[in-house]
Design a protein around this ligand. Structure first.
Ligand code: FES
Ligand SMILES: [Fe+2]
Length: 391
């Protein structure tokens, strides 16, 4: 047992209070939001050994389309290969480990290293290595790109870097059944934006999944749009989900002054046609599946107090086909930008509080923060499994 220099916390953390019901539980110790030991744990255990989302499969629509990104300091590239399968490779050359592609999206017929021009096919095979004839026992077939385990479910691309995660369908449990009315695999990606927030990645995802802050942080924008949410959905798998009806009849995806909204998604009826399901797939994918749109956030830690975020807006095929879609889309983007700005101001100030050695675990509002509690419980159990906590 040892203590952090200058901190108040002791490893293993005692997480028994987190494992209680939300009505009795304490929140995660603030040291988990600031200390490098926990960031290392998250990289190694949650991000490299878990299933992490890497955007939407429809963003790689054609053979050769790629998305280069990073998870837990691991450079990856997802590519649609010549068999039209999405595959994910280390974005690292097999010669002397150059990063092959700059982060971002593009299209290519093959991947050529910018250093010495080793060239790989879309299936990862090394197909050219200039001037290597004199290298003894050099077989190109031994130097294909390292492939990472990946799967597409409900239109999301999931990757598991170290190959040790439970099968993706075990990880996701009944995720696809719970979300089947939204027909997620048919939705179209209409808009993406990347940005950084000066807060811990967990805080960023937490605020998206709780109703408690709406009244204080979004009083004039959308706090009045949501009715009291349902209790947590009973689920099986590494995710939490909470549905809530809207107080108003209409979209919560645009601000009040926006005149036009999009129609209800085709699979929704009854209560689902006037509500939003907030879902958090652990560790780092969350989305709101609403009546007319799905807005999705993927978070990656850049450090204990910096988070890289991808925001993606998804719509039904009929909506995207409308002639006025671009104009209406701008209203949805504007609403997300306004809400995100309001949240970011709070998150950055919260990080100052969490970074104080005087910060202590708090309590949950049981009805309005159950998803945050569920995540803390999942995190605490992962700490226990890693020997960093006792419960
Ligand atoms: S490092 Fe890629 S070809 Fe040399
Ligand atoms: Fe918010």
């Amino acid at each position: 047992m040892w203590s952090f220099a200058g901190g108040s916390s002791v490893i293993p953390l005692d997480v028994r209070q987190i494992l209680q019901d939300a009505s009795r539980a304490q929140s995660l110790d603030p040291c988990c939001y600031r200390d490098p030991q926990f960031l290392s744990f998250e990289h190694e255990t949650l991000f490299r050994a878990g299933w992490i989302s890497a955007g939407r499969a429809d963003q790689l629509s054609d053979q050769g389309d790629y998305f280069a990104f990073s998870v837990a300091d691991t450079e990856l590239v997802a590519v649609r290969d010549e068999q039209s399968l999405v595959r994910v490779f280390a974005n690292t050359c097999r010669h002397r480990a150059m990063r092959l592609l700059e982060p971002g999206r593009g299209s290519c017929r093959h991947l050529t290293c910018p250093f010495h021009a080793w060239t790989y096919g879309l299936n990862g095979a090394l197909i050219a290595a200039p001037r290597m004839q004199s290298a003894e026992n050099f077989n190109r077939s031994d130097f294909g790109l390292i492939e990472v385990q990946s799967a597409v479910r409900a239109g999301f691309i999931f990757v598991n870097i170290d190959g040790s995660a439970a099968p993706v369908d075990t990880w996701l449990g009944d995720f696809e059944t719970v979300h089947s009315p939204w027909q997620l695999d048919t939705l179209v990606t209409a808009s993406t934006r990347e940005f950084q927030v000066a807060c811990n990645w967990k805080s960023f995802l937490e605020v998206f999944n709780e109703y408690y802050h709406l009244r204080k942080v979004h009083p004039d924008t959308f706090s009045g749009l949501y009715a009291e949410p349902d209790p947590l959905q009973a689920t099986r798998g590494s995710f939490v989900s909470q549905f809530g009806e809207h107080r108003i009849l209409g979209s919560v995806g645009v601000l009040e002054e926006a005149a036009r909204t999009l129609p209800v998604l085709p699979g929704l009826s009854g209560r689902l046609a006037n509500g939003t399901r907030y879902t958090w797939v652990y560790p780092a994918l969350t989305f709101a599946a609403s009546r007319d749109a799905v807005w999705m956030l993927e978070a990656t830690p850049n450090g204990a107090s910096s988070t890289q975020v991808r925001l993606t807006l998804l719509f039904g095929q009929d909506s995207v086909a409308r002639s006025d879609f671009d104009e209406v889309l701008a209203c949805y983007e504007q609403r997300m930008a306004v809400g995100m700005d309001e949240d970011m101001a709070v998150l950055e100030a919260q990080q100052y509080g969490l970074s104080s050695i005087l910060a202590r675990p708090g309590r949950f509002c049981p009805d309005l923060e159950p998803s945050v509690h569920a995540f803390h419980r999942w995190y605490a159990n992962a700490l226990i499994a890693a020997g960093l906590a006792s419960g």
